[in-house]
Design a protein around this ligand. Sequence first.
Ligand code: ATP
Ligand code: MG
Length: 393
Amino acid sequence: MKEIILCKYGEIALKGANRNQFEKLLRDILKRRTEPYGKFKIYSVQSTVYIEPMDEYADVDGAYYAAKNTFGISAVSRAIIAEKDMAAILETVKTQFMPYIEDARTFKVEAKRSDKKFPLTSPEISAEVGAAILEASGGSKRVDVHHPEVAVRVEIRDYAAYICAGQERAVGGMPIGSNGKGLLLLSGGIDSPVAGFMIAKRGVRLDAMHFESFPYTSERAREKVLALAEKLTAYTGDIHVHIISVTKIQEALRDNCEEDYFTLLLRRFMMRLSERTAEKFACDALITGESLGQVASQTMQALGVTNSVVSRPVFRPCIGMDKEEIIRISREIDTFETSILPYEDCCTVFTPRHPRTRPELCKVEREEAKVDVKALEDEAFETLETVVIKQAR
Ligand code: ATP
Ligand code: MG
């Protein structure tokens, strides 16, 4: 039996003159992502990419899940390939296809001919395949054209016929790399991995930036962040995680500045250091997991104060979401369980008891002037190290 994976494009299908470029990018990504699962031929016809195993060793399940999690694809299905001949199609339905629709009690058949020379019309093909399924099911299935549990598709293409049972929704979005590169500020929390996922979904390649505060934060906190990055690689491919120590900055703030401003001042340092890192690694935007009003440092005024030190756009896809929505996505992308591991983040050391919720920029700047910003920033930037996280299989 020969199987093939069919992937429907999402938004790429709406592209105009540059559509070919997007399609090629998507095929290249699929090639890379299916490589660990064996030899596959990947090609596109109309708005579908085909992933065809080249030998019997290819792991079709593995490739199917990789495709389902590839941005740019809106739906996936598995099809059996049959010879392009009605008798062969009916034989394949009866002998090989039935397990695919084992659980469905009702079905309908939709046939499509891209080869108009095929001797039967689409309704005729549907009727014959429908009859074959009814016969093979021995009375356990019936046709329901309005609300079938499964829609069986038969496609008559140039070289073969494909028979498939329904399709599953895939992750959608745009292929990674079609929309530049961004730097995700990745803490160990719930929100930032979700923010990274959402922006990556728009076709943005991600680098990650993490600030640690050793010995106030532990080695395990770092491992947790790397584990979160690894979870994201299931969608994004390899991620470079840049790590900077802000220990000296935090100690300087603690020793010199008014406590109420600690978090805001630290966040301004993080933004500046992120921008320098973005500059160094050619990232055109910063991405954070901030959500309006979630904590004192995420009020409109506080966001204004932290934003004012950088010139790159800062994307905050969680800004209008409440915690429940963010958690729902983090469960879907499988980062939640890692995010809730209880290790200290640098934002939780030296936290003010009464953080300013409506900070005024001039007061923040006055506090900030009590430390040598440039020297602290340079010294912190010297600690930058990069860990490459490979795409998890
Ligand atoms: P999260 O769940 O993402 O940790 P949070 O609600 O805890 O978010 P904050 O700790 O105020 O919020 O951080 C807001 C955003 O700032 C985070 O979503 C993240 O993008 C960035 N950030 C915070 N701490 C760090 C850190 N140690 N390293 C890198 N980025 C950070
Ligand atoms: Mg946090």
